[in-house]
Design a protein around this ligand. Structure first.
Ligand SMILES: [Zn+2]
Length: 410
């Protein structure tokens, strides 16, 4: 098993034009290939199904035909404009089509659909010499793409033989496949629910607790003390100026400690899980968290931490092939994770959960984490590159539904 690493890139206007052109060519080739499949199948049916349907025009045969089309006149059905972009994009699209049919015939996926421009620009794959540096990625026919600063240095450096490019809501991503790694290690990664908190950084549904670093509490105490000292000094005095400088330093120290703890936790979580479920912060704020969170400074710090925690989890999830899901988790702190009974009275104290219905007793954060995992466990995960089959997707065993849709050429 090889893991896909993905980063956001910032194309120049010229590069953007090339990206769109390649995506268009890939989509055109996929749709054209699908139409060829359907024509071949229809012809076989028309001949009275002479033998067992033994397959379809494969990617190699289709690519040969496509090359002939590229040399032909547009009025004669030719597509000479395809010469303007890399031949890899349509070639790889036809390989995708091969895989889509294989997945369909083996019951792992639905019958391939035409790719419509209105459903998204999509993307394409390139093969050849791909060069990754810290801040750039060099692609054939596209040039050197700038990697978004937040994603610097995350792609495996050096030469690669393939890259996939995709568009999502106006943003462009490039994925490369990393070195060979242990299959069991990635395939068997567990799903986990997270409850983020004040006293503890996070509680995992498997019972693991990630504590805040001790230095954080110490740093906060020192910060408060220094802030009080500033207030005691006379305005405009040099003593006050010096005290303020100390506050700034202590503040930076707290921020660094917090940032370091968040980075360590999110990296560990993303690397060791296949799926992470967290609470959707906005929803939680609207419901005011059932009064379990403190007001004031702690509240502000916590909200900032949660946002940052989620931001880090999401981009690291992309890098390590871990899916991050945010759920609108109502009443996760009041619901019993065993029997489902939801009651404010289930929480006799901040840290204890005791179900009034079934008597289940647990740490309140752990109970919430299990509820969060449950709220986010729908079988709709995709690998990081967005290619291949959806794991655990619908099983389809029916025969190919040959239906002629309009092959969008946009
Ligand atoms: Zn219960």
């Amino acid at each position: 098993m090889r893991r896909c690493f993905k980063v956001e890139v910032q194309p120049t206007p010229t590069q953007l034009k090339a990206l769109l052109q390649h995506s268009g060519n890939a989509r055109w080739a996929y749709n054209w290939g699908l139409a060829q499949h359907q024509a071949a199948h229809a012809a076989w049916v028309e001949q009275g199904k002479p033998a067992k349907w033994d397959g379809w025009p494969n990617a190699i045969a289709l690519h040969k035909d496509l090359n002939a089309l590229k040399k032909r006149d547009p009025q004669d059905g030719g597509v000479p404009w395809m010469f303007e972009a890399s031949k890899c994009a349509p070639q790889e699209a036809l390989r995708d089509l091969d895989r889509a049919f294989k997945n369909f015939f083996q019951g792992r996926a639905k019958y391939p659909r035409f790719k419509s421009r209105s459903r998204g620009i999509g993307g394409f794959r390139l093969t050849g010499s791909i060069q990754v540096a810290q801040k750039t990625i060099q692609l054939p026919r596209i040039g050197r793409l700038r990697v978004k600063p937040g994603d610097h240095g995350y792609l495996p450096w050096g030469r690669h033989s393939a890259a996939s490019v995709s568009e999502e809501a106006g943003r462009w991503f490039v994925g490369v496949v990393g070195p060979e790694s242990d299959e069991a290690q990635i395939e068997g990664l567990p799903a986990v629910g997270l409850d983020l908190g004040v006293a503890r950084l996070a509680t995992l549904s498997d019972g693991t607790v990630i504590d805040n670093p001790k230095a954080l509490a110490a740093g906060k105490r020192k910060l408060k003390r220094l802030q009080r000292e500033v207030a005691r000094k006379k305005k405009g005095s040099s003593r006050r100026r010096k005290a303020r400088a100390k506050v700034a330093k202590a503040h930076a120290r707290v921020a660094n400690v917090r940032s370091d703890a968040l980075h360590k936790a999110t990296t560990m979580l993303a690397k060791s899980h296949g799926r992470i479920v967290i609470e959707d912060l906005r929803v939680k704020n609207m419901t005011a968290g059932g009064g379990r969170r403190k007001r004031g400074l702690n509240r502000v710090l916590l909200d900032a931490s949660l946002r940052e925690f989620r931001r880090q989890l999401e981009y690291k999830g992309k890098l390590y092939g871990c899916e991050v899901v945010a759920v609108a988790a109502h009443f996760t702190s009041q619901k019993c994770s065993v029997c489902g009974h939801t009651d404010r009275g289930n929480r006799p104290s901040q840290s204890v959960f005791r179900c009034l219905s079934c008597g289940h007793e647990a740490n309140a954060d752990l109970n919430a984490a299990i509820n969060i995992l449950e709220a986010g466990s729908c079988p709709d995960s995709q690998n990081a590159c967005g290619v291949g089959v959806r794991r655990g997707g619908p099983r389809v065993t029916s025969q190919p539904a040959v239906k002629q849709e309009s092959a969008g050429t946009g």
